[in-house]
Design a protein around this ligand. Structure first.
Ligand code: UGA
Length: 428
């Protein structure tokens, strides 16, 4: 099948490469000429494991093409994926400006009969809106379909080929199955349903995962007060098949470009339909309070932070990515600096992005060890496995004071305590 994918951001690029690898011919389109040139050279515009290898492979086998001109390629394909951004507006609702623009462009250039599939995370009713734009000209018939993506950053390529489910929402079932057929080589649960249902499955999934995280963070806060261990509590809960062990990792809260945005957007969506989704308000509040509670703990232990040297390990919103959007780590660095601390930082992938956002006085270091030299406290703010595996004897010598605040509960507490570190995790 010949396919157009509009947007070469996270969702668009992974989808383009994934669909090409499945054997389809894919034309990736983006208005950003610089990005297109980078991709044509086989260079990935952001860090994602295995993305570069598959990009080069599929360019070479002529199954993957990139262009900045939609008009040039649009009528070469029968199916068009929309993968453009839906950033949050001030009130939390999703901004559909780019989606509308793309629908108008398709309307302008495409011949009738095409299937237009939305992969961007969009509010319920967007499929209808797209179809209305597309079918404005008399006698033309386009079919808007929803196919939400469930990829995790850092594991996006793996997730593309091993999804827990594929969801396709269409008005006509036959159109839904036609789109589902694109993924024939992938064996998983496949759901063909109504368009509105598919759109809501995406938001409900992200909001539920965020709820699990906020729930376990509340339990963690309670654990600290009653002397229980949240890691053990989560383990005990997770063995119950009805609960499951995933997304019960307590810490400084969720970040990234999806959960914060999507939970707010779902709340807005519910509000817009006249329903007050009370639970989501708490999920959001708990998440933003979690990083503040962590800073309060640091202040309780260290007293004034003024002029103290503190190391923050991790800047990305989670491991295996260079993405710093809504990262708790970035917030923490800023709060520490506001309190007068001298902050040294290290992240394996996110330093370049963080440099654009953090104050000039932030000291960016080449390794965790350089960042820890002379430091009065270490904060682990991202769950990169290397931070759990540091050479603790070496760290003990390098640091001025052996204090660890583990915002992600990844360090072996017995081991570091034995070496004389003061260790402060979350909820243990
Ligand atoms: C999330 C979803 O997991 C994907 O299924 C979805 O497709 C994606 O959003 C999206 O909508 O595009 P992602 O944002 O890449 O994926 O990251 P996650 O791995 O879900 O982690 C999100 C945040 O939650 C991170 O800050 C992570 O540190 C935090 N987290 C995760 C916890 O604090 N505890 C946990 O137990 C799990």
């Amino acid at each position: 099948m010949k396919i157009i994918v509009i947007g070469t951001g996270y969702v668009g690029l992974v989808s383009s490469i994934g669909l090409a690898e499945l054997g389809h011919t894919v034309f990736g389109v983006d208005k950003d000429h610089h990005k297109i040139n980078t991709l044509l050279k086989g260079q990935e515009p952001f860090y994602e494991p295995d993305l570069g290898r598959l990009l080069k492979k599929n360019l070479k086998s002529h199954r993957l093409f990139f262009t900045a001109s939609l008009a040039e390629v649009i009528n070469k394909a029968e199916m068009i994926f929309i993968c453009v951004g839906t950033p949050p507006k001030k009130d939390g609702s999703a901004d559909l400006t780019y989606v509308k623009q793309v629908a108008q462009d398709i309307n302008k250039y495409a011949k009738t009969g095409k299937v237009v599939i939305t992969k961007s995370t969009v509010p319920v009713g967007t499929g209808q809106m797209i179809e209305d734009i597309l079918n404005q000209k008399n006698g033309r018939r386009f079919f808007a379909v929803s196919c939400p993506e469930f990829l995790r950053e850092g594991k996006a390529i793996y997730d593309f080929f091993h999804p827990d489910r594929i969801v396709v929402g269409a008005v006509k079932e036959s159109t839904g199955y036609k789109v589902m057929n694109l993924f024939a080589k992938i064996k998983t649960h496949k759901i063909v349903t109504a368009r509105e249902t598919a759109e809501l499955i995406k938001y409900a999934s992200n909001a539920f995962l965020a709820t699990k995280i906020s729930f376990i963070n509340e339990i963690a806060n309670l654990c600290e007060r009653v002397g229980a261990d949240v890691e053990e509590v989560a383990k005990g809960m997770g063995y119950d098949k009805r609960i499951g062990p995933a997304f019960l990792k307590a810490g400084i809260g969720y970040g990234g470009s999806c959960f914060p945005k999507d939970v707010r957007a779902l709340r807005q969506l519910a509000g817009g339909s006249g329903y007050n989704f009370r639970l989501l308000k708490s999920v959001i509040e708990v998440n933003s309070r979690q990083r503040k509670l962590f800073i309060e703990k640091i202040k309780r232990v260290m007293g004034s932070l003024n002029q103290k040297t503190i190391t923050v390990l991790g800047l990305a919103f989670k491991d295996n990515t260079d993405d710093i959007r809504e990262s708790a780590a970035i917030d923490i660095v800023k709060i520490l600096q506001k309190a007068g601390a001298k902050v040294k930082v290290y992240d394996p992938e996110a330093m370049v992005n963080a440099k654009c956002l953090l104050h000039k006085k932030t000291v960016f270091c080449e390794s965790p060890y350089a960042a820890l030299e002379g430091s009065q406290a270490m904060i682990i703010a991202t769950e990169w496995p290397i931070f759990a595996d540091l050479s603790w004897n070496r760290v003990r010598v390098l640091m001025k004071k052996p204090v660890i605040f583990d915002g992600k509960n990844i360090v072996d507490d017995k081991k570091v305590r034995k070496l004389g570190f003061k260790y402060y995790p979350v909820g243990r």
